[in-house]
Design a protein. Structure first.
Length: 94
């Protein structure tokens, strides 16, 4: 958990979709493969439904093992814990 979200409200979200995107960038001899996990989740606070997709602060496309671990932990998940900014309920992170 990031220092930013350390004081945010923890709640439960429903996973709506999880995908692993793989792309190659650059010329064929010096191409670089990048990986990124896309997740969409929904959560309810009060009587209002919100949607989020933030995997984490500082999340980038470089480390294959990190992406595989994140994808594998989310692909069959129905419910996950997320953190919601108490001052902006539309801002959330896993």
């Amino acid at each position: 958990m990031s220092q930013v979200s350390k004081f945010w409200t923890k709640t439960t979200a429903t996973v709506e979709s999880v995908e692993m995107h793989v792309s190659k960038r650059g010329s064929s001899r010096k191409s670089k493969t990048t990986y990124e996990v896309y997740v969409k989740y929904a959560y309810i606070i009060g009587n209002k439904k919100y949607r989020g997709s933030n995997v984490g602060f500082g999340y980038d496309q470089n480390n294959t093992e990190d992406h595989s671990a994140i994808f594998n932990s989310l692909k069959y998940a129905k419910k996950i814990s997320i953190y919601v900014n108490p001052f902006d309920l539309e801002e959330s992170v896993i």
